[in-house]
Design a protein around this ligand. Sequence first.
Ligand code: PLP
Length: 389
Amino acid sequence: MNVAQRMSRLGTESAFEVLARAKALERQGKQIIHLEIGEPDFDTPAHIKEAAKRALDAGATHYGPSAGLPELREAIAKHVTQTRGVPVSPEEVVVTPGAKPIMFFVIMALTNEGDEVIYPNPGFPIYESVINFVGGVPVPIPLREASGFGFDLDLFERRLSSRTKLIIINSPENPTGGVLDREQIERVAALAASRGIPVLADEIYRRFLYDGEFVSIMGMPGMRERTILLDGFSKSYAMTGWRLGYGVMPEPLAEHITRLMVNSASCTASFVQLAGVAALQGDDAPVERMVAEFRRRRDIIVDGLNALPGVTCARPRGAFYAFPNITRTGRKSSEVAERLLNEAGVAVLGGTAFGEYGEGYLRLSYANSETNLRLALERMRPVFAALAG
Ligand code: PLP
């Protein structure tokens, strides 16, 4: 079968490929520690599961409106109003199966062929993939360890052009754990607002912030009308498999994004959306407990990585990934990741899974038990010792 040319421009998310390979090794009897996939190992809080069960029993098993159920859009509008300090109406909310479709739909809706899109690199691989897919020109902003994996703002300014149609930011960031601080966000906002460029703000890791304050670009002067906020339930409420996310954007754009929903998924599962209402309105303590536990694990993994030969690891300020520097091994990230999987039974991702500027790094998700993290560190030691020797 001849597939359309555009398919050759579509990238992938290596985490799912490495997961599949790790599972294949497990089927051969190998014991693998999974640090490749970005999902909390916690179970979804009980009150959210109960709400889904009640919704199923009450008949929430049918199609719903493409932009989302009114009760969830209202709950999200209220939640975003409270957490970002910016008044938001339900009409500006579009609910999707996971937050990923918001990324896909927004890039598709705002980028013509030849338009430039600025995005972080290393960064979530789907940004670059979809920019290429729709015929846009990806303009990466390298995130450097020396500057805390923040935006190089002078470079950012130089990379803006008359063809820049969209800026993507992600804070706290996947894969580096870097956080854009207020000053950085203010400068991005000032440049975007003065040039009238929309910003897709991926705030999916908002709750996973270990130092400092969370700052949303949505509240900056001139940004209310040009911010598309992306958030969801996967990470904060340990609901990755439920597929529930959303975008908040100016109403005219929300209508286009809703039309993309009509043309693709039709709507997000109704009982899942009602569970989402329970997540936003219910007890927040399980989220707080999970974040506190992740902070503890962050320190275990970072201290452990820094004790390995040839490895240094900055302490990430957010998300749940460690991004150790392995340049001293003199090997490519992909080769080291491969050896860790085959020789140590530890599945991790090479930094280049997140773009060319990820070379020299690995990404390890520490959303795993303390026992597994300690075992992974123990198993990785001989591999790094061999590489160093
Ligand atoms: N944005 C970032 C930066 C992510 O890391 C992820 C998931 O890994 C997503 C968005 C999408 O999350 P989901 O589609 O599960 O809601």
